[in-house]
Design a protein around this ligand. Structure first.
Ligand code: SAM
Ligand code: DTB
Ligand code: SF4
Length: 324
């Protein structure tokens, strides 16, 4: 029962779950979580920005969009050596997934892409799950990434379809969905989630969860980010989302996509141990470690070690599947 994977959820059903009394919601999500995963395990992932800033898109939350004036300095693509150093360091610090991010609208078939393929091959040899987030792809580019050994591709829906237009004008929701389908067709593991705190309504959140959970197959990985408001971006003054909103989002994702890894992603710098514990109780089972996400601060390794000790958590191994 709790392990049924359904792709025919309705918005009404999702809304009903989202609006359950919050402790009831956490309890239900906890049962689904324990039926499908070892709830003591949390996967530790590391992000690396391999190409920073100067992005032509207008995502209104993003410090890397060229059109906003932020503190982010534009950098060209890192060398494969630099990337390998960072990946080794991440592995030594206990990470089992390494995600390389580029501030690109889309991948172009040029030398930079060839270099990224080399980076993927290199990081693969370390036995970590290799993930990339490079913007839009064609199906041929997805194939090439697969052949290089890419395990997962991150491409977020960010918010519900109606709200999307308020946040980004330089591409459409359908563009995002197309890339996700090329990734799926290339047999690459799909990572797709969103951000809360973009001024969206609860209906927008439910719309996003509906789209994710009614894809032909659920994403294997669903990051839930809280907006990190960055000075200079249009969303710099938006209010911090309440931890209860984060909990509702995580728990609902856990219940409707029981086997997915639900990642407590951006926003942990503004959460204390107790708040993060609530997110794990609600079914989150992964974090990004290291003192930087792509460009914004994240809790350091030491504070995460304390978090794991305090909450009796253990790192989840690479490539581990859900149980049942
Ligand atoms: N350029 C590629 C793209 O947009 O698909 C990949 C990198 S982009 C920075 C990856 C994701 O980071 C975005 O889809 C968004 O969900 C998240 N992100 C960016 N800025 C953020 C912020 N200020 N707060 C929270 N999440 C953010
Ligand atoms: C995701 O959903 N969150 C991560 C990862 N996927 C690429 C990125 C968060 C970025 C936060 C803003 C920054 O550090 O630039
Ligand atoms: Fe560019 Fe990605 Fe930032 Fe949008 S989220 S501006 S596509 S780097």
């Amino acid at each position: 029962m709790a392990t049924d994977v359904r792709t025919d959820w309705t918005r009404e059903e999702i809304s009903e779950i989202y609006h359950l009394p919050v402790l009831e919601l956490i309890h239900k999500a906890g049962i689904v979580h324990r039926t499908n995963h070892d709830a003591q395990e949390v996967q530790v992932c590391t992000l690396l920005s391999i190409k920073t800033g100067g992005c032509p898109e207008d995502c209104s939350y993003c410090p890397q969009a060229a059109r906003y004036s932020t503190d982010v300095a534009v950098e060209k693509l890192l060398s494969t050596e630099r990337v390998m150093e960072a990946a080794l360091e991440a592995k030594d610090a206990g990470s089992t997934r390494f995600c390389m991010g580029a501030a690109w609208r889309e991948v172009r078939d040029n030398r930079d892409f060839d270099n990224v393929l080399d980076m993927v091959k290199g990081v693969c040899t370390l036995g970590m799950e290799v993930c990339c987030t490079l913007g839009m792809l064609t199906s041929e580019q997805a194939e090439k990434l697969k052949q290089a050994g890419l395990y997962a591709y991150n491409h977020n829906l960010d918010t519900g379809e109606d709200h999307y237009k308020e946040i980004i004008s330089t591409r459409t929701y359908n563009d995002r969905l197309n890339t996700l389908s090329y990734v799926r067709d290339a047999k690459i593991s799909v990572c797709s989630g969103g951000i809360i705190g973009l001024g969206e309504t609860i209906k927008d959140r439910i719309d996003m969860l509906f789209t994710l959970s009614t894809l032909p197959e659920h994403p294997e990985s669903v990051p839930v980010n809280a907006l990190v408001p960055v000075p200079g971006t249009p969303l710099e003054d938006l209010e911090k989302v309440s931890v209860w909103d984060m909990v509702r989002m995580i728990a609902t994702a856990r219940i409707i996509m029981p086997k997915a890894m639900v990642r407590l992603s951006a926003g942990r710098v503004r959460m204390n141990t107790e708040e993060q514990a609530l997110c794990f109780l609600a079914g989150a089972n992964s974090i990004f470690a290291g003192d930087k996400l792509l460009t914004t601060p994240n809790p350091g390794i030491k504070s995460d070690q304390e978090l794991f000790q305090r909450l009796d958590l253990k790192p989840r191994p690479a490539y581990k599947q859900s149980i049942n």
